[in-house]
Design a protein around this ligand. Structure first.
Ligand code: PGA
Length: 257
């Protein structure tokens, strides 16, 4: 983390978990535990159907609400899809774009990621752009090239003045939901690389202000060590965000003086 130049963001990614009543129960449990996060911003990424309730439940708290995906058009004949404008009007602040599960199961490509990033920014949402390599790619030694490619594609056509709204999440696919975490050195290397690419595209000032999260089996045990790395500015947390007590422990790790 580097609190001097950029925001630390701890975001829970619920994926396809929690019904409306479970969302309410989670909010009841989380709010008293959370207190006032000193340094970091706390974000919860919830399924579409629960976003409206979630924004109301956390209205008086310092938790921001995020969607897990959006469409790249603002409206039209796209049955079953949800636009960035629709999310913005609900009070949603962030949206995850290009999560590896969407790339893997729903044909999300670097091209659609780019279109969605621009649509989100246009609507006034902050995209959390996910990038990361598979185990095969890591073993082939092409991780950094692949990350460069994903970051450049995601940002194509994004003007410098919009970059303060952009968040990256480095999520090695082999670490997601597997219990295998990247070592803090591995995670730092890639997060630093993401910042290097941003520096080449937009210059040093923009690069040092962008929040770069790590995601992939982050939990209360490993959070502190990961967050101690200079280029890891938070976490995108799946499994450990489903239990309020575990999630709060990770927030507390980010809030230490
Ligand atoms: P995980 O998921 O923490 O369960 O590994 C992270 C993510 O997919 O964002």
């Amino acid at each position: 983390m580097n609190r001097r130049y950029r925001k630390t963001i701890i975001a829970g990614n619920w994926k396809m978990n929690k019904t409306l009543s479970e969302t309410r129960a989670f909010a009841e449990e989380l709010k008293p535990l959370l207190g006032r996060p000193k340094w970091c911003e706390v974000v919860l990424c919830a399924p579409f159907v629960n976003l409206q309730a979630a924004t109301r439940l956390f209205k008086d708290s310092r938790v921001s609400i995020a969607a897990e995906n959006c469409h790249y058009e603002s409206s039209g004949a796209y049955t079953g899809e949800v636009s960035a404008e629709m999310l913005k009007e609900l009070g949603v602040k962030y949206v995850i774009i290009g999560h590896s599960e969407r790339r893997q199961y729903y044909n999300e490509t670097d091209f659609t990621v780019n279109k969605k990033v621009k649509a989100a920014l246009e609507a006034g949402l902050r995209p959390i752009i996910c990038v990361g390599e598979s185990l095969e790619q890591r073993e082939l030694g092409v991780t950094l090239e692949l990350i460069s490619y994903q970051v450049k594609c995601a940002l194509a056509g994004v003007p410098a003045e919009k970059m303060r709204h952009v968040v990256f999440a480095y999520e090695p696919i082999w670490a997601i939901g597997t219990g295998k975490t990247a070592t803090s050195a591995e995670a730092q290397e890639v997060c630093e690389h993401i910042r290097t690419i941003i520096r080449k595209l937009y210059g040093a000032r923009v690069a040092r202000s962008v929040t770069v999260q790590y995601g992939g089996s982050m939990n209360p045990k490993n959070a502190q060590e990961l967050l101690a790395q200079p280029d890891i500015d938070g976490g995108l947390i799946g499994g450990a965000s489903l239990k309020a007590d575990q999630f709060v422990e990770i927030v507390n790790a980010a809030n230490q003086d």
